[in-house]
Design a protein around this ligand. Structure first.
Ligand code: CA
Length: 355
């Protein structure tokens, strides 16, 4: 055998030198729920595509398509499941109609903050629960960027009592919409392009969108002076969806590159949106000094909390999968919130004492 050794060394050397030439070429497409200009929501997918291409010397290319191209903003899960797109960028609560448990992987009323929720995803069992619940669709879901606390919305009139909610016409989607409906709000869903006109003409009395960074582009602050603090989407997480069969075909290095890039662009969107909101708010309050930032009165908040818990308990009673995720988040939040209070909350209070 000894006489073969130099030959084997030569062969190995040749293979090592030649290996980049054999790097697998992969071409994927990612469909976004958002139009290509709707940043920061539309930022993670193109940034992911660039990172993945750069890290594979252009061998793994991902083409990004916004909703202006595929025309199916709420069809992303179906398109990834069916294989028309290997990948999607969307938000899990849009699949509430297919499976109500999916709302927990975005954000829920009175749920966790972004820091708490990321800790739950990566270290508190959240990723495992997300995987378990997406298995039935043949897709994988990964965190895809967080908006942080969303504002409770723009109201044309002040909400002083629970009675002010009765008959109020408001655009507010998801579980929060169900909660508001319980409190007598006439909940509607209107396409984003018609929201400003609907509010301006009085077709609706109030609406929620995201936060200053995205709201400023919609112009709501020009026609509705009351800007309420959030309760309904404290940490909306976007998502990357991946067709599982296509993912399984990837070599291990591409999988590692893809997962690392998804995590990087998610963290980046959180920072991008924080900056956009801080910057936009500074501008809004200067240009429109009459905007009043409000919190809902305690009576209203208590009723919202009670109606939220009632909704959770009702779903949990006959849906074991919902119950499992609900209880996981509830237990994690009970623990994590103590630390959030001791750290961020007390720090801000302490800092303000000496101002
Ligand atoms: Ca929202």
């Amino acid at each position: 055998m000894k006489r073969f050794t130099p030959f084997l060394i030569l062969m190995t050397a040749c293979m090592l030198i030649a290996s980049p030439a054999f790097a697998k070429k992969v071409r994927w497409k990612v469909a976004m729920t958002w139009s290509s200009t709707l940043t920061p929501l539309a930022s993670p997918a193109p940034k992911l595509a660039k990172l993945v291409s750069d890290m594979t010397n252009g061998n793994f290319e991902i083409r990004v398509e916004g909703s202006e191209k595929h025309k199916a903003p709420l069809g992303i899960l179906d398109m990834v499941k069916g294989g028309q797109y290997e990948m999607g960028h969307s938000a899990s609560y849009y699949w509430k109609g297919k499976d109500v448990t999916m709302v927990f992987f975005t954000s829920v009323p009175f749920g966790m903050t972004a820091a708490e929720q990321y800790a739950w995803f990566y270290y508190g069992g959240g990723m495992e629960l997300m995987k378990k619940n997406y298995d039935k669709f043949g897709v994988l879901s990964f965190p895809g960027g967080n908006t942080g606390v969303q504002m409770g919305g723009w109201f044309r009139k002040e909400i002083k009592t629970l009675d002010d909610l009765k008959g109020l016409k408001m655009r507010i989607p998801g579980l929060a919409g169900e909660v508001f409906a319980k409190l007598g709000v006439n909940v509607t869903n209107i396409p984003s392009g018609e929201l400003y006109t609907s509010l301006d003409r009085g077709t609706i009395d109030a609406l929620e969108w995201v936060g200053p960074g995205m709201d400023i582009k919609m112009g709501f602050h020009k026609i509705a002076p009351y800007y309420y603090a959030g309760w309904h989407e404290p940490a909306s997480e976007m998502q990357f969806l991946i067709n599982k069969k296509e993912y399984d075909k990837l070599p291990d290095d591409y999988k590692a590159i893809l997962e690392t890039a998804m995590k990087a662009v998610s963290a980046d969107m959180y920072s991008e949106n924080f900056d956009a909101s801080a910057t936009a708010w500074a501008q809004m309050k200067t240009e429109f000094p009459n905007i009043k930032v409000m919190t809902f009165p305690p009576e209203v908040l208590k009723a919202m909390k009670a109606a939220s818990v009632e909704a959770y308990e009702a779903y949990a009673a006959d849906n074991p999968a919902f119950k499992e995720v609900y209880e996981s988040q509830k237990a994690y939040m009970a623990m994590a919130r103590e630390w959030t209070k001791m750290s961020d909350y007390y720090y801000i209070q302490t800092s303000e004492m000496v101002e």
